[in-house]
Design a protein around this ligand. Structure first.
Ligand code: SF4
Ligand code: SF4
Length: 347
């Protein structure tokens, strides 16, 4: 009962955040990056820095206060790997106290029955687990979901704490068999699955020496992959990305410009780094000359103009599913409503 009331208060706060965003341009959701460190080393990753310092819990308290002033409805915790940040559960509980919905993306390495229970008790609403395969290999070790104890704990957290779990997976040019296993797994456990095509880092110097990216030469393989995914979606597998994300991969590899990243709009995320500055995108390790604590309507306008300029240079090289999906659902509100209803039903 207590959890149900908490969730209702969070939904009300989220609705108010949307309304404020619509009326005044405030950000409905922010991403907090409490650490840039990570305990893995995926071959395709350029999004961590093990030499950096973490956010303190006192700083987080100040950011949460600021987020409430800005009418934020949802805080996403990302990294690096946010589960190596020791005050994570304290931060989640603070968000719950202030009726802010929370979402956490983790590589899953630190998930156990005990940590899942702790996350659920802190009031975490959405847990996104990155899983790229069934076994560890030289590209990625993200396969936690197949550990025997984990699904029981996640199921219990769903019933007991209303903590919903989703799987995020990367498709690269030789892991499709593992992705098929994951699709079966997500259907068996009625767990939402988000799939994205890997793309090279924006900075060519960070490109790994492994040949894992798709090119025009991979069109026949991609056609098989896309038609398999679309068939499975049609058959009711809980894959949440829109059909057009998969269909448009051919336009992406031919370097067409066909979508607009939402980062510079009121639907875009504001990313708060461990030092409290704004990062223009979680796919970049930059820090802009904006402190989150100083943001107001006037500086938000300036920030969005800067983001607009930045997106002009990176959009054509990026096919992030979260950015694409955000763009798609912004322009297809009917599909958005269906997606929300599915999320409420499936989870
Ligand atoms: S788990 Fe995420 S942050 Fe860590 S190395 Fe892999 S992709 Fe990068
Ligand atoms: S297009 Fe958007 S999501 Fe992609 S790298 Fe640029 S700012 Fe980031």
């Amino acid at each position: 009962m207590e959890r149900t009331l908490e969730r209702l208060a969070k939904f009300r706060n989220l609705s108010e955040a949307y309304l404020s965003s619509y009326r005044h341009g405030t950000p409905a959701f922010i991403r907090v990056l409490p650490t840039d460190r990570c305990n893995l080393k995926c071959a395709y990753c350029w999004q961590h820095n093990n030499a950096s310092a973490d956010m303190t819990i006192d700083s987080f308290r100040a950011y949460l206060k600021k987020a409430k002033e800005l009418h934020v409805g949802l805080i996403t915790f990302l990294g690096g790997e946010p589960m190596i940040w020791s005050p994570l559960c304290e931060a989640l509980a603070l968000c719950t106290e202030r009726h802010v919905m929370t979402d956490l993306t983790t590589n899953g390495t630190l998930l156990t029955s005990a940590t899942v229970e702790e996350l659920g008790r802190s009031g975490l609403d959405y847990l996104n687990i990155s899983v790229d395969g069934t076994t560890a290999n030289e590209v990625t070790c993200k396969n936690s979901i197949f550990r025997s104890d984990l699904m029981g704990a996640l199921k219990e957290a769903r019933t007991k704490h209303h903590m919903h779990t989703r799987i995020n997976s990367v498709i690269y040019n030789n892991n499709y068999e593992a992705i098929q296993t994951l699709m079966e797994f997500s259907r068996k456990w009625d767990m939402q699955l988000s799939l994205w095509f890997i793309v090279p880092p924006l900075d060519p110097a960070q490109r790994p020496d492994k040949d894992i990216y798709f090119s025009v030469a991979d069109e026949p393989l991609l056609r098989d992959i896309v038609s398999d995914i679309l068939e499975k979606k049609q058959a009711g597998y809980p894959i949440i990305d829109p059909d057009s994300y998969f269909e448009n991969i051919f336009r992406f590899i031919r370097r067409e410009k066909f979508w607009d990243c939402n980062y510079p709009t009121r639907y875009g995320w504001i990313n708060v780094t461990p030092t409290g500055r704004i990062r223009s995108c979680t796919k970049k390790m930059d820090e802009l000359d904006f402190r989150f604590l100083d943001l107001d309507l006037e500086s938000l306008g300036r920030l969005r103009s800067i983001l607009k300029e930045k997106v002009r240079t990176c959009n054509i090289d990026c096919y992030s599913n979260c950015a694409y999906d955000s763009y798609f659902y912004t322009h297809n509100k009917g599909e958005l409503i269906k997606k929300v209803l599915r999320r409420l039903k499936v989870t």
